[in-house]
Ligand binder design. Sequence first.
Ligand code: MG
Length: 157
Amino acid sequence: MRIGHGYDVHRLVPGRKLMLGGVEIPGELGTLGHSDGDAPLHALIDAMLGACAMGDIGKLFPDSDDAYLDIDSKILLKRAADLLRERGYEISNADVTIILQRPRLAPYIEDMRRAIALAAHVPTDRISVKATTEEKLGFTGSSEGVAAHAVVLMQEI
Ligand code: MG
């Protein structure tokens, strides 16, 4: 077993989709990024790579590469999971926390769990997604951005 942690932030701006945990969420602001800006998925990918000492998402999928422009981050997660499986590891369990002031994410949590499990080829009961606010404090509280943490345990297969 190997444990990893990931953290990511994306700015929220008008005119972009709000992509979180592989799910498009209706809202006035969306995630700005070279890819679709899905901070929870990026944090999870970083946690998976970190667990196996295989660098980080920026090394695997450079934002200087137009191949990843506006890409669905579920594709990045699938590629990272496939690469780690080739090295002999899969997710034992993952716990992802999304920090966002609004909208409320509770209605979308189960869809996110399923989307992540599908992309990473693991059962849904290995994936936890939680959401919280920071009580209107800081950049998440002012809706300038969304942050996400992920902790993952990778197991040998
Ligand atoms: Mg990112």
